[in-house]
Design a binder for this molecule. Sequence first.
Ligand SMILES: Nc1ncnc2c1ncn2[C@@H]1O[C@H](COP(=O)(O)OP(=O)(O)O)[C@@H](O)[C@H]1O
Ligand SMILES: [Mg+2]
Length: 383
Amino acid sequence: MLKLLLIANIEIYLIFQHIDWNLKSPQMSSDVEMEDRDKEPAINIPSTSGHRSGRRDAVQDRKNAPWIEKFRPQTLDEVAAHTEIIDTIKRLTARLPHLLFYGPPGTGKTTTVLAIARQIYGSAMQNMVLELNASDDRGIDVVRQEIQDFASTKTIFSNKFKLIILDECDAMTRDAQMALRRVMEKYTRNARFCLICNYVSKLIPAVQSRCTRFRFKPLQEEFVRPRLQHVVEQEGVKLGPGGMEALIALGSGDMRRSLNILQSCHMAFEKVDADAVYLCTGHPMPRDIEEVVRLLFNASFNDAFEGILELQVNKGIALADIVREVHPFILCMGLPIKVKIALVEHLADCEHRLASGTNEKLQLGGMVGAFVKAREEVVKAAQ
Ligand SMILES: Nc1ncnc2c1ncn2[C@@H]1O[C@H](COP(=O)(O)OP(=O)(O)O)[C@@H](O)[C@H]1O
Ligand SMILES: [Mg+2]
């Protein structure tokens, strides 16, 4: 009797082993996978070690965390701006499509997807979310193994789909994107993808068309200001005159940049005022740029050249920064259009040449010369 039971047990064990092997085999060869497209996904038991989504939860000591992490919105309601996107996503969470978030950095793309994950899974987030970003290897092997392994398994304690976040996916190789295209389709029943990137044009059209796209635009001042004010109050930062305006201006809609500047200024200076912000970032002060513009439009060639050179040496300003900051002045000046175009063209060439490592003094001479010529044109046009 005992012998019989033992044999029966062994047989059951072998049958289970066989089933297990059958379920896992599709992952071993990509050819077999294609045929098994409609098979139920294999089952896995949630691991206690969790997936890479734990990265953010690992910021346990939020007190000492960088402010960009410490003040990262935890829920969709806390995310500033992007009201239409957030409203649409809130309606979609029950039947989430594949998502594609794109737009400039520091606008809340990663924050939004993490808030979605938190809303859908709550404390089970660690087991249900796989997050890969640019620091991870993202060649074709990762798509074939890591993403596929995660997407093809199903957690037995939850019937929800899994979420795979591919942050900064514009850095993925073309081959990996090709492979991803198929994986996305194959495991739609079991997993959703959220692709995040800065440049959507770097994604192959086939991947783009499988996702619902949302563009995150740079944050407007009205959203950045209250958010920064909140951090200032929470951290007891002493704000000086012009400090907030400088933080907003230098951030140019990138909340991460504004927060990072605020934190480094707070650590380096007693008071965060305009001078502290510009000094801290090594950015030329607005009054120095105004002086450069005054010299360019009023002084003789020699005086302008010497004056700007002296300013550069004393304040440590790079010519590339001057070129970038002078540009908006030209655009808003009432110059004849031909002169405006010639100046902008010259500045663009100058920036290009500086980027390829040419001599700064020579380029400065060229720039001053272009302005002297422009002034002559303005006088001619007026006569
Ligand atoms: N819309 C936003 N509302 C509130 N904070 C934001 C917003 N966008 C960015 N931030 C802040 O900037 C940091 C970086 O945002 P993140 O979502 O990682 O940007 P990215 O768009 O580059 O993924 C966040 O930790 C958060 O503190
Ligand atoms: Mg991001």
